[in-house]
Design a protein around this ligand. Structure first.
Ligand code: SF4
Length: 679
């Protein structure tokens, strides 16, 4: 038996663990007691994260669709065909006819190589990944206000906070180990918790104050809190004067959001709003924590900017246990962003239209002709495919047919392509449509680094060999780079990291030698003597002065009406993960949460004659699904909640593809539906 250090493959906490192996088989998982993220603990998903590795359903051979059937092929035939089809499509229709989706589940090295293949190999900037769906509003909103779109603090700082303001995050279910840290701080240290969230969630019972706002009214809530803080003279004048710009514009805008006005928009009583404002402003160490309940709206970027405004107004940023903390969803979504799997930036958020940056990357990659125009986002790629302008799409480790809103639109877009390549570990719903499927190695079958939500880059080691002919993603991409005529003589991910170090200032000091000795390094880490950065914006914001960017409240894109009279909101549940590709192949998790439910308030259920476990039909303007009802007071009246893990009740058939114009994140958090009991 051996114990191989790795990082949990599920959420953005990035818990450190060991895979326990018996020869070529992973037989268990143990938490790493020294890892500062999880300190020897794991959640149910982490403890069982090894079970899918040896699933008999793993992809083991490259598959090519011939006369409608997927048939086994050699790697050479599959990769030659991919290169020749993509090159021909590019020649005939130009670079905007190609799209590439990278993955928040693969390593930093693999994301970096993928972005290099797209930019240097196919001379396109049409590269994106699932951050478009979760935290791109964070990247846009915090970059505009602070200069850096990442979590400002570290998970360890939760222990010293005096107050948490948690909003749009069901933390104990989505980021269980961070939720545990919060509960420990509340119970053991007396840290106050303000929860601003429409549903009852497990954190509700630990909250001093739980404000339940009407769906999609977050900007009004926080403008109202700032209105009270300014009128009561509770803001941090010194911080505002010395560290920020744009205060007068903020003051003028929020002056219109009096508690009375805010009560009408949000449904939150003035007295409760006042209590929240005073508690937050008067705390010494206050941390804002949010997740997709804030970002997945047509006003996602405005929601983030408004939270950043609040933190700057009160001086709750740039100090230990003070800051704005977006919890990143997937285990390497932070790393995929950092590595430039985005249409407008190279690794380290260096702009594709900056001539000095272009020159640096061209010199390092030994080529010229990099495209200087930002490429298409995932949202833009689906629109282009729908219209027939995007001809080919290469998807690595992403399952948009399950994860993205308005499934019918996604399905039409994917089916409209001339050529679809999917690289994954299982035959996902999306892979079933592909022309070529490439079998990839799982996290347990390769070395690599992953960056968690607190910017900590951690090393994961290979424990076993991939099944059959499956290959590590970096190896597949390196073989395609060679076909593109580029140098790619990497022997492994440890050969790729020096290239990342040399081209990415925030990762310059993060080497394999250093990572192998400890528990990761937090960027920015500009050189090999630098210890990494625990919290951001200590003496100055990344952009110099922090910018107040006031935002007006705008209503959600789809409101209820007589016919579609409920608001459906979606999210993750504790025992499942995302599109279920991995967790639905884990027995214990399946036993605990085997099927989809929709939560409905008891008063609504009574009026509609719906009882617990009755089959119901949900219908939106885009589609309909059937699933079981769970009658519970956790949801307010006229609100329904369901998760998106179950293909047999694919909730994204219903969701709304309307998107935030700045970040192009879609409004997954709310759409109008009707509900009826199935007869
Ligand atoms: Fe894995 Fe997240 Fe659970 Fe940690 S909290 S064990 S990273 S799923």
């Amino acid at each position: 038996m051996a114990k191989i250090p790795t990082i949990c493959p599920f959420c953005g906490c990035g818990c450190g663990c060991y895979l326990v192996t018996d020869r070529e088989k992973v037989v268990g998982v143990e938490p790493n007691p020294g890892n500062p993220v999880n300190k020897g603990m794991l959640c149910a998903k982490g403890w069982n994260s090894y079970e899918f590795i040896h699933s008999p359903e793993r992809l083991t051979m490259p598959l090519i669709r011939k006369e409608g059937e997927l048939v086994e092929s050699t790697w050479k035939e599959a990769l030659d065909l991919i290169y020749s089809r993509l090159s021909r499509i590019r020649e005939n229709f130009g670079p905007n006819s190609l799209g590439f989706l990278s993955s928040a589940k693969v390593s930093n090295e693999e994301n970096y190589l993928f972005m290099k293949m797209v930019r240097a190999g196919f001379k396109s900037n049409n590269v994106d990944h699932c951050a478009r769906l979760c935290n791109n509003a964070t990247v846009a909103g915090l970059a505009a206000t602070f200069g850096s779109g990442a979590m400002t603090n570290s998970i360890g700082e939760f222990e010293d906070a005096d107050l948490f303001l948690v909003t749009g995050s069901n933390t104990t279910e989505q980021h269980p180990l961070i939720g545990t840290r919060m509960i420990n701080a509340v119970e053991e240290k007396g840290t106050k918790l303000i929860l601003i969230e429409p549903r009852e969630i497990p954190l509700s019972s630990f909250a001093k104050l739980h404000l339940k706002q009407n769906f999609g009214t977050d900007v009004a809530v926080y403008n109202g809190i700032m209105n009270i803080i300014i009128s009561e003279d509770l803001y941090d004048k010194q911080f505002v004067e010395t560290r920020t710009e744009g205060f007068e514009a903020l003051k003028s805008l929020v002056s219109r959001y009096t508690p009375k006005v805010v009560e009408q928009i949000t449904g939150i009583r003035s007295s409760e709003l006042y209590r929240a404002a005073v508690m937050y402003a008067q705390a010494d160490k206050a941390m804002i924590v949010y997740a997709m309940g804030i970002t997945q709206h047509i006003t996602g970027t405005d929601n983030v900017k408004t939270l950043a405004n609040l933190a700057m107004l009160t001086g709750h940023v740039g100090r230990q246990s003070n800051g704005v903390n977006p919890l990143r969803g997937q285990n390497n979504v932070q790393g995929a962003c950092d590595m430039g799997a985005l249409p407008g930036v190279f690794s380290g958020y260096q702009r594709v239209n900056d001539p000095a940056v272009i020159e640096k990357f061209q010199k390092a990659w030994g080529m010229d002709g990099l495209d200087t125009r930002p490429g298409l986002t995932f949202t833009g790629m689906m629109e282009a495919a729908h219209k027939g302008d995007l001809k080919a799409l290469y998807i690595m480790g992403k399952n948009p047919l399950m994860s993205d809103p308005d499934t019918a639109h996604i399905e039409h877009s994917l089916s409209n392509l001339d050529f679809l390549v999917v690289q994954d570990i299982f035959l996902t719903e999306t892979a079933e449509l592909a022309d070529i499927i490439l079998p990839a190695a799982s996290f347990a079958e390769k070395d690599g680094t992953y960056t968690n939500t607190e910017r900590r880059v951690q090393l994961s080691r290979k424990a076993v060999s991939p099944p059959g002919q499956a290959r590590a993603d970096w190896k597949i991409i390196a073989d395609l780079l060679l076909r593109c005529g580029l140098k790619a003589d990497y022997k492994g991910p440890s050969d790729i990291m020096p290239e990342i170090n040399s081209l990415t200032p925030s990762y310059a000091g993060i080497t394999y030698a250093r990572l192998a000795k400890g528990y990761g390094l937090q960027w920015p880490c500009p050189n090999e003597d630098h210890p990494g950065t625990v919290f951001l914006h200590r003496d100055r914001f990344t952009k110099g002065k922090g910018s107040f960017l006031p935002c007006e409240f705008k209503p959600a894109s789809e409101m209820t009406d007589e016919e579609y009279d409920f608001t459906l909101t979606t999210g993750r549940i504790y025992y499942q993960y995302h599109t279920g590709t991995m967790t639905r192949r884990i027995n214990i998790l399946q036993r605990e949460s085997p099927e989809a439910h929709v939560e409905i308030n008891p008063e609504d259920a009574k009026k509609l004659g719906i009882r617990n476990n009755d089959m119901v039909e949900l219908e939106s303007r885009r589609g309909a699904i059937q699933l079981k009802a769970e009658v519970t007071p956790r949801v307010p009246k006229k609100v329904l909640f369901s998760s998106f893990h179950f293909r047999e009740a694919q909730v994204n058939k219903l969701t709304n593809p309307a998107f935030d114009p700045i970040s192009e994140i879609q409004e997954l958090k709310g759409c109008s539906v009707k509900i009826r009991r199935c007869t």
